[in-house]
Ligand binder design. Structure first.
Ligand code: AHM
Ligand code: MG
Length: 318
């Protein structure tokens, strides 16, 4: 289909999928190996790092750092950008990832996952720098996530639709299970941490109250679902429709989730599937990070609920 392609991007996705297979196996056996516990380290966001967060981070840093494709890596678990052996040579891409999202749930058999996004280096002659990660969401070359749950999935987009692969453990390979996922035009599920109610403003509260009542859009209450593991909540929203919200509030004026390796990749995927992802008044694919660990609000989902949210909470027409 793409006669000029070199195959490099496919090669990259294969290395990431190998990392995902290794982490999936690690998650499945973490209980036996005592990896659920804390490592004693606190990361740049103030989160206590678990052993398994560290192991997942090391797998991806070693694997992707030794491929010849990436000049720089960013991991949620490391304060600074990581330069690889390919920084001076080929390495025309950079990758940012959350190695094990939702790991606070790991001891309770709740799904966890890996999220990543890849950018092209801005100027190969100039050498790689943190600036290579400060590109708008629409400049993403490929993004994806995996969920380690009842099955291990690998969902990605390279700008031509969203495709879903499922790990077949009997052969150790990802098998294509859905091509061109389209988010439903509307859904009947809303997903938000309602424990944050006291920090929300009146408009956010009014929107949630509307979803739970006989609202004018659905004419019946929406169903509430909140796993508290972003990959799982996002994956359900993508497949079943509806809306996921982690807005800013008075306790978290900059939002809770991380822009570069959580919000932008998932926004890219939601938009590629026909939905929307915003931080309030802006579409996230139009947002450029200024800092690799910056936080953001993240609201994503079906066109109907997203337009309704943006209009009622932010006076913004999507
Ligand atoms: P993590 O990357 O440290 O695991 O944190 C991100 C997680 C997301 O998976 C999830 O959506 C969110 O934190 C839950 O936050 P809260 O507990 O405030 O609802
Ligand atoms: Mg995370």
């Amino acid at each position: 289909m793409f006669p000029d392609s070199t195959g490099e991007l496919s090669d990259l996705l294969v290395s990431i999928s190998l990392g995902v297979k290794l982490i999936s196996q690690m998650v499945a056996t973490a209980g036996f190996k005592g990896l659920h516990g804390y490592s004693g380290h606190v990361n740049t966001h103030g989160d206590e790092v678990r052993q398994i967060d560290r192991e997942a981070d090391e797998v991806l840093v070693e694997l992707l750092g030794s491929s010849d494709h990436f000049g720089l890596l960013v991991s949620e678990e490391r304060d600074d950008v990581i330069a690889t052996q390919a920084i001076g040579a080929g390495g025309k891409y950079v990758i940012a990832f959350d190695p094990l999202d939702g790991s606070s749930n790991i001891g309770s058999s709740i799904p966890t996952g890996t999220i990543f996004c890849i950018f092209r280096r801005q100027d190969l002659a100039k050498g790689a720098s943190e600036q290579d990660f400060c590109q708008a969401g629409h400049a993403i070359v490929a993004a994806g996530y995996s969920v380690y749950g009842a099955k291990t999935s690998f969902v990605y987009s390279a700008g031509d639709g969203v495709h879903d692969f499922t790990l077949d453990p009997s052969i150790g390979e990802f098998v294509l299970t859905e091509e061109r996922i389209t988010v439903p035009e509307r859904g009947n599920i809303f997903s938000v941490n309602e424990g944050n109610w006291c920090w929300w403003d009146d408009r956010m509260r009014a929107f949630i109250a509307d979803l739970k009542g006989r609202n004018l859009v659905a004419e019946k209450p929406y169903t509430g679902r909140y796993v508290g593991s972003l990959v799982a909540d996002f994956d359900r929203t993508l497949r079943k429709g509806g809306i996921f919200m982690y807005p800013t509030d008075s306790k978290r004026p900059n939002g809770r989730l991380r822009l570069l390796y959580e919000c932008l990749p998932l926004a890219f995927i939601m938009e590629q599937s026909g939905g929307f992802a915003i931080n309030g008044r802006e579409r996230l694919i139009d947002v450029t990070p200024t800092n690799i660990h910056q936080r953001s609000a993240f609201i994503a989902g079906s066109p109907t609920e997203m337009k309704w949210f943006a209009r009622s909470v932010y006076d913004y027409d999507l």
